[in-house]
Design a binder for this molecule. Structure first.
Ligand SMILES: [Zn+2]
Length: 71
């Protein structure tokens, strides 16, 4: 998974480093399997204000475990 490490913060009015946090949820599918959805939320490292978030869908079990380990 690629993470965004820097972005423009409208609060600081400059490019800052970002902290990323993960929210993992599952979405039931018709075929009885569950789809994993990982929401990555990026906050400014300096002022902690929300900068952006992105969803990553359908990751496999292996990367799911890897994320849990790095949490
Ligand atoms: Zn900021």
């Amino acid at each position: 998974m690629n993470h965004i490490h820097t972005s423009y913060c409208s609060n600081c009015k400059r490019v800052t480093n970002l902290n990323v946090s993960f929210t993992i949820r599952t979405k039931p599918q018709k075929n009885d399997k569950k789809k994993l959805i990982v929401t990555k939320t990026y906050n400014c490292e300096t002022c902690f204000s929300f900068v952006l978030s992105e969803d990553e869908e359908g990751i496999d079990d292996e990367s799911f475990h890897r994320i849990r380990i790095t949490l």
